[in-house]
Design a protein around this ligand. Structure first.
Ligand SMILES: Cc1cc2nc3c(=O)[nH]c(=O)nc-3n(C[C@H](O)[C@H](O)[C@H](O)COP(=O)(O)O)c2cc1C
Length: 184
């Protein structure tokens, strides 16, 4: 699949078929995470792959009732939980190298995008889920103190297409030469 086609064609999928995901496809998605760029190649990501319906159901209780991705957490054959090891990305000799502190949100975000695009290229659906009780998920999954849960995604074959989404025009976000000198 052409890269721009994948970038533009991927949509958040919130309805899934029960069909299982082949192990080879899961490995390919992990391979896409593996090649994600990261701060000084620190690769702080950790992934928990959940297939057990009981655990998926428990995880879904961490989402607020109004989260549109709620039912997809139990519908999809897999839920992937993307975590980051703290104090590695953006650190030099144990100290934050920039005023932004830990860059784990950034690096795991890049990993999530690689995951979603690779899944899409394989005909699989994903939806980034960020709105949930992170502490609860960390407890359910036994995540250690030095690691934090960042986001999750169901993974499976789409039962329906994602809804069309609007994007800003390039002219609405590009700034030439400096922030204030816009669109000239
Ligand atoms: C960091 C992040 C958190 C998100 N959290 C949720 C979520 O909790 N529930 C949900 O249904 N969608 C969630 N989304 C999906 C966005 O709503 C979706 O990406 C956006 O509306 C654009 O739609 P598209 O992915 O189909 O292009 C999240 C996306 C990102 C990047």
């Amino acid at each position: 699949m052409d890269l721009m086609e994948a970038i533009k064609g991927r949509r958040s999928i919130r309805k899934y078929k029960p069909d299982s995901v082949p192990e080879k496809a899961l490995q390919m998605v992990m391979e896409a995470i593996r090649w994600t760029p990261s701060w000084a190649n620190t690769q702080c990501w950790e992934v928990i792959a959940v297939k057990d319906p009981k655990v998926k159901s428990e995880l879904s209780t961490a989402l607020p009732k109004g989260n549109p991705a709620l039912s997809s957490m139990t519908e999809a054959p897999f839920v992937l939980i993307l975590c980051g090891k703290k104090g590695i990305s953006g650190y030099y000799k144990g100290q934050p190298a920039t005023e932004k502190g830990d860059w784990l949100m950034f690096d795991t975000g890049l990993a999530m995008q690689n995951l979603c695009l690779a899944a899409y290229a394989l005909g699989l659906g994903t939806v980034v889920v960020g709105m949930f009780d992170h502490k609860k998920v960390e407890e359910i999954l036994g995540v250690p103190q030095n690691v934090e849960v960042v986001a999750m995604t169901p993974l499976g074959y789409p039962a329906s297409e994602g809804s069309a989404t609007r994007r800003k025009e390039i002219s609405e976000f590009i700034h030439y030469e400096s922030y204030i000198k816009r669109n000239e």
